[in-house]
Design a protein around this ligand. Sequence first.
Ligand code: E4P
Ligand code: PEP
Length: 358
Amino acid sequence: MQIPADAADSLDNQRTAAISPLISPALLRQEHPMSVAIAKTVAQGRAATTDILNGIDDRLIVIVGPCSVHDPDAALEYARRLAGHADKLRDQVHVIMRVYFEKPRTTLGWKGLINDPGLDGGYAVNEGLRIARRLLLDISALGLPVGCEFLDPITPQFISDTVSWGSIGARTAASQVHRQLCSALSMPVGIKNSTEGDVQVAVDAARAAAASHVFPGINADGLAALITTSGNPDCHVILRGGSRGPNHAPETVTETLERLSSAGLPERLIVDASHGNSGKDHRRQALVAAELAGRIGDGERGIAGVMLESFLEAGRQDLVLGHADQLTYGQSITDACMDWSTTQHLLDTLAMAVASRR
Ligand SMILES: O=C[C@H](O)[C@H](O)COP(=O)(O)O
Ligand SMILES: C=C(OP(=O)(O)O)C(=O)O
């Protein structure tokens, strides 16, 4: 075989169509700076979450909001409603708004507002990062702590200072890259069971994330760097059901708490009322959440928190790339969500359950 003289040049980038500049985390943080008031909301949001997970605070964590943000105006309108309601229930419920910008897909689909903020296949990622950070700051400025899924391992450098609770999804719980990332994150992180329903993978992930790691990443200037972490003691399991069905039943909760104890981890978990626990049906999600409230009211203490997918309008709609103008305002373009009035009612029910558990 003849090796051409320019062989070395032709070994790389055979399938790379373009490499373009990415804004640095430091520049984005300078453009959209953290304020003292917002920092207080984030710090208090993290501390309350940790205290509830550790049983020091007897309230319930409720992570609630759209499956994904695709329209910042609608997300902010939702946040205003949620902030007002959360304040009324604050003695019973620690409300964190789901503000998810990164969507892990089973195969293909829109991957979230950071990846494609125009919803048109334009992939204006720098703009996506700007919109995401601005919105996270705007929502936090209402006094409402926010929660995000971290999917891309470098995204946290751009936004994590605004986040009170993080999540690792069902499709990445087994990933060493994500476990290492968790070990570095400054907030409590919930890790989902696998899409097949394997809970041990999430227990293993929480254990791995509690340890220190050394791995390649980027620094605030966007330069390649070696990151040495001290480990995250506040990672916890999220039961989200799976392809074999729901896993929010009392037996699975007990079994998971036993698994955590055997792994030397604190016995606490969060239940996601959506995804595999609802069969992605928003009407079933309300039933699951009401059932969990009943159990909490009856004295269940292993469940530290509940996750709900909720938006202004019920259900979901399909996005046709490039036709965002045809979307119904306030309705999810990923998984189906409960509407605002159902959500309000469920938040009240969960708050009443905490009051009766006391
Ligand atoms: O929460 C969102 C979805 O369940 C997840 O991103 C997978 O979605 P998909 O199966 O539609 O790709
Ligand atoms: C992607 C999500 O869930 P899961 O990883 O459980 O599918 C989500 O909560 O948005």
